[in-house]
Design a protein around this ligand. Structure first.
Ligand code: DX5
Ligand code: ZN
Length: 219
């Protein structure tokens, strides 16, 4: 199976968003990671549905939408209409996770669940076969450019073992502090998708750093 690099446009230059998306189109990236923050679930506010629609108009790659918002069930159809291909909701934001996962699939998107660094994976045990991806947060969500949390490597291994045990085909997505130093251990532990914000967009040559991560994924 081909593994995926997903640049996070949170770290991009929003004044030149179309050029940033064109760069991703030319690159070896598989998806475009879009971080939606509401100022409640996380302390930061990023961008919302109108911006996502603008990204969709330029993008040739699937949009991987990561919702860091409270009550995400209110916006499933809105994100589908805006162009989301993958829709990931936070374990910590939901009481009725099963219902929301099925609603995402019924709306025609690939459902994912994101898990904060300190949260246990136990809440995923029964729902794993229903998921297309699990996003392991390897920083506390809300901001780009933070330091990778080292205990996350063991969590990737634990998730990989759970996925194999339950017969799930969910991809393991890593989000936060990914660069050429942290990627090798993550890939060895079982990562399938590497999200990278600062490592791509703050680089002199973003396309080259995307290619570097792609190479570290073994593609
Ligand atoms: C953080 C976001 C990440 C962020 C990653 O809450 O979910 O996707 O953009 O940024 P870096 O790669 O800079 O850690
Ligand atoms: Zn994210």
């Amino acid at each position: 199976m081909k593994k995926i690099v997903a640049p996070s446009i949170l770290a991009s230059n929003f004044g030149k968003l179309d050029e940033e998306i064109e760069m991703i189109n030319r690159s070896e990236a598989g998806w475009i990671h879009c971080d939606i923050m509401d100022g409640n679930f996380v302390p930061n506010i990023s961008f919302g549905i109108p911006v996502l629609k603008a990204v969709k108009e330029v993008s040739k790659k699937p949009l991987d939408v990561h919702l860091m918002i409270e009550k995400p069930s209110r916006y499933i159809q809105a994100f589908k209409d805006a162009g989301a291909d993958n829709l990931t909701v936070h374990l910590e934001a939901l009481v009725h996770l099963d219902r929301v996962i099925h609603a995402i699939r019924e709306a025609g998107m690939r459902p994912g669940v994101a898990v904060n660094p300190s949260s246990s994976l136990d809440g995923l045990a029964y729902i794993l076969p229903e998921l297309e991806q699990v996003c392991l947060m390897t920083v506390n969500p809300g901001f780009g450019g933070q330091k990778f949390i080292p205990y996350s490597i063991q969590k990737v291994r634990d998730l990989k073992e759970m996925i194999e045990r339950t017969g799930s085909s969910a991809l393991i997505e890593i989000d936060g502090g990914v660069d050429h130093n942290t990627a090798p251990a993550l890939v060895e532990a079982g990562a399938d998708v590497l999200v990278a914000g600062s490592y791509v967009f703050k680089a002199d040559n973003p396309e080259k750093n995307i290619a570097k991560l792609n190479q570290l994924l073994g593609n």
